[in-house]
Design a protein around this ligand. Structure first.
Ligand code: OGA
Ligand code: NI
Length: 353
């Protein structure tokens, strides 16, 4: 028998529940050490202009090479860019965020059916990063689900709200197509054949991380997500409002502006490894605010779960000696089952230089 108040692996208090309780403070376990606290004066004052790339240029023979160059520069410098004219209708993006919102507004019991601390669960509802492992908690609830091939997973996704599968499904399929196009361009920008690893990219893993950041009474003391990089090749992020920050090469944080209809693209650890360090995965985090709920959907792409990924042989030479050992999405999951992501980055365990 569990003592009353003891937290079992499958149950937790969501950030939403805490937010609904009101109050001017947050529980102690959400308060970050002072060095990790955000600098909220950055919000609304983007300090540099972050790249926005018009993907319609890729279809124009006169503009294409310039767009590839812009993507190369963005990947090289920040591992981050936003895309516009990417082919996914704004209505599809908004419908996915709307159905996500409806899911989070369901009563706790309904969402708790999906609660698990097992990072390999194909559908998983949780709070913070991992409510069993985290020392400090983050002001975020999430549902994550596997998504590619969609026919294999969609029946496991939430059945309430009734539109969830359809709306999230349309967005998921569209973003998978966009991911293939972007991977082709990113590989081309590395001097590789745009068809390189085509099959692995087509059959790669896609995890939808659907996030809810409730209003937080102490946004200066807490974060929605800690500083981290994503494990995969590309992450494509759809957000309802501003809140994401990225770190530049000088370790300075920049608030990412909200652009209606745009999608955010971030490089993950697998691309850093594949590029043998020419491109770096972006370190990012999420701030919270006092007034407004924020929703986001991160589509996390990687090569298939068991596929070993190392530096691409053509990108290893005397000037760029091999800098990483092989890893995989599966190994990453083992890593985060044993260690909190806030303690150390997975990619640091792959470095050999
Ligand atoms: C993630 C992530 C950012 C956001 O899910 O890995 O970084 O803005 N999300 O929610
Ligand atoms: Ni992330």
């Amino acid at each position: 028998m569990k003592e009353q108040g003891e937290i079992s692996e499958g149950s937790f208090t969501s950030a939403m529940t805490l937010a609904l309780q009101g109050g001017e403070n947050i529980p102690e376990r959400y308060v970050l050490p002072s060095l990790q606290r955000p600098n909220l004066s950055l919000l609304g004052h983007p300090s540099i202009s972050l790249p926005v790339i018009d993907l319609s240029s890729l279809n124009d023979p006169l503009l294409r090479s310039q767009a590839v160059d812009e993507i190369h520069a963005a990947c090289n410098k920040l591992g981050f860019f936003q895309v516009i004219n990417h082919g996914i209708p704004t209505s599809v993006m908004e419908d996915a965020l709307d159905t996500a919102k409806e899911f989070f507004l369901l009563p706790s019991e309904e969402k708790m059916q999906f609660a698990s601390a097992n990072v390999r669960e194909p559908v998983r509802y949780g709070t913070s990063m991992n409510h069993v492992m985290d020392k400090v908690f983050y002001w975020r609830d999430f549902i994550k689900h596997y998504a590619n091939p969609i026919s294999e997973w969609i029946h496991l996704w939430p059945s309430t709200p009734p539109t969830y599968k359809e709306k999230m499904g349309s967005y998921t399929k569209a973003v998978h197509i966009l991911q293939k196009q972007l991977m082709g361009v990113v590989l081309e920008s590395l001097g590789l054949n745009a068809n390189y690893l085509h099959q692995d990219i087509e059959e790669g893993s896609q995890v939808m991380a659907v996030n809810y950041y409730p209003p937080c009474p102490k946004p200066d003391l807490a974060l929605g997500m800690p500083s981290h990089s994503d494990y995969g090749t590309l992450t494509i992020l759809n957000q309802s409002q501003q809140g994401l920050e990225i770190m530049d090469q000088d370790k300075k944080w920049h608030s990412v502006p909200f652009i209606q209809g745009a999608l955010i693209v971030q490089l993950g650890d697998q691309l850093e490894v594949m590029s043998n360090g020419r491109y770096k995965s972006t370190i990012h985090r999420v701030t919270v605010n006092m007034e407004r709920k924020r929703f986001s959907i991160a589509s996390l792409h990687s090569l298939p779960i068991g596929k070993k990924v190392g530096p691409t042989p053509q990108l290893v030479n005397e000037q760029y000696p091999i800098a990483y050992r092989e890893g995989s999405f599966g190994e990453f999951l083992d890593y985060i089952s044993a260690k909190s992501l806030t303690e150390a980055r997975y990619i640091d365990t792959l470095r050999i230089l």
